[in-house]
Design a protein around this ligand. Structure first.
Ligand code: F0G
Length: 433
């Protein structure tokens, strides 16, 4: 007879009240957010590392997924009955041009844009939809700047459930809007920003009975923890000094803190990397709070070209504060110009990412210049979304911005004449063999 799988429960992060694993509520009566606690597998850190290493490269079943490979730490009771694409297994890259631009010596890029719908959101959605199915939800919904909605759509289709998304009209990148429509999401273009969408989605959950899969849903965060678990595994369980991540609604920052604390408590690692959360300067309520020692929560009217993180009132504030405190982390900001320049460098290295993702590399450069990240320290910067999510930002940068920005690659219009080609080659002799 095999032992039953370890159980999990939900605990209110504010008052400590305990709820069953299948309780569908998203918030405690006290207003606190819920988080999952999994019963310890009983395995030593070394045994757990060996188990995870063993599952890598599985050809069949749930362990093909870079989320479910870590199921003891994600949702042990889900067993093999999971809604998986599969997802995860994203590459950890090194690109000398990006390292040099950031002024780093040991910089790795964890490219979450290589997930099935092109962003890290798939890692949360595989768990979110698995849980939605377990509790018998008949439809799912979210507020989104685009990526969450795209992932929701693809995974809802996989689970055979209808999906609803609230998105800010005029502030969703083209690639994402296209995915929402294509995957069959009932898409509400809300006349308001993301924060307004989020409030409307919460009210619809409270009063109209829609099941929300935003990142306040604790099951989403369990999936997103695997970004950290997977990068640790890719580094042979030798933790880097820093993990740098773009920060908007703060779901990732919160889940990274939880992943690291659990990885230490379960014996996977002994040293905890420091988290650096990077916000766009025009959308930086979390950075404002950080500068005041987290004395109070801020809400701002958000403005940035990086529509993914155009968020003024982040939902996972409290748990992200904990993540920064527990990892001796920092919060910084970058300007839109810095972010776009970083993006141009990442793109030109053949890697590519969407604007918000480049905040991690721009933030790395800033923290190195400020000597917060030391020379020689190992840094993993997370690229959260794919280049093709936001094609308009690329065209704007390279083709339409007057006074060409750094790295601008202007297309050249020619007549179909060899003489025109020759003129171009004369100006750029490196194009000849
Ligand atoms: N990068 C990308 C590409 C994103 O889509 C998001 C968030 C973030 C970073 C910020 O992550 O919210 O966990 O701090 N996108 C959400 C969405 C808000 O609706 O797709 P966070």
């Amino acid at each position: 007879m095999t032992a039953p799988p370890p159980t999990s429960r939900q605990v209110c992060a504010a008052c400590g009240r305990v709820f069953s694993e299948t309780d569908p509520r998203l918030q405690c009566e006290c207003g606190g957010l819920l988080e999952l606690r999994h019963e310890h597998s009983g395995l030593t850190g070394a045994a757990l590392r060996a188990l995870f290493d063993d599952r890598r490269g599985a050809a069949h079943g749930p362990f093909r997924s870079g989320v479910w490979r870590y199921r003891e730490m994600v949702l042990p009771t889900a067993g093999d009955d999971v809604v998986t694409y599969p997802e995860g297994n994203t590459p950890l890259l090194r690109r000398p041009a990006v390292t040099a631009w950031a002024g780093a010596t040991d910089l790795w890029l964890k490219h979450e844009g290589h997930n099935p719908t092109g962003s890290f959101k798939d890692r949360g959605m595989t768990v979110g939809l698995t849980q939605a199915r377990r509790i018998g939800a008949t439809a799912v919904a979210c507020a989104s700047t685009g990526n969450t909605g795209a992932a929701l759509g693809a995974y809802a289709a996989l689970a055979g459930l209808p999906a609803l998304a609230f998105v800010p009209k005029g502030h969703v990148a083209l690639g994402k809007l296209m995915q929402l429509v294509a995957y069959g999401v009932r898409t509400l273009l809300v006349n308001g920003d993301f924060d307004v969408c989020q409030e409307l989605a919460h009210a619809s959950s409270d009063q109209l009975g829609v099941y929300l899969l935003n990142s306040i849903n604790p099951f989403r965060l369990e999936g997103q923890k695997t970004i950290v678990l997977e990068l640790l595994q890719q580094l042979d369980w030798e933790p880097p000094d820093w993990i740098v991540v773009p920060a908007g609604n703060l779901g990732n920052t919160a889940s990274f803190g939880k992943a690291l604390a659990e990885a230490r408590d379960w014996g996977l690692i002994t040293k905890i990397p420091r988290i650096a959360a990077v916000q766009a300067e025009g959308a930086a309520p979390f950075a404002l709070s950080y500068r005041e020692g987290f004395a109070r929560r801020h809400r701002v009217e958000a403005h940035t070209v990086a529509t993914a993180i155009r968020i003024g009132n982040p939902a996972s504030y409290e748990r992200a504060v904990r993540a920064i405190r527990e990892t001796d982390g920092v919060v910084t900001t970058v300007t839109d110009d810095e972010m776009l320049e970083a993006k141009a460098v990442i793109d030109a290295a053949g890697v590519g990412c969407e604007p918000a993702s480049a905040a991690s590399v721009a933030g790395t450069r800033r923290l190195i210049r400020e000597r917060i990240i030391g020379t020689g320290q190992r840094v993993v910067a997370v690229l959260t979304g794919h280049l093709l999510k936001d094609p308009e930002s690329v065209i704007r940068y390279h083709q339409e911005t007057e006074a060409a920005p750094p790295g601008a690659n202007r297309p050249i219009e020619i007549e179909p004449r060899l003489a025109d080609v020759e003129r171009v080659l004369a100006a750029a002799p490196n194009l000849r063999r």
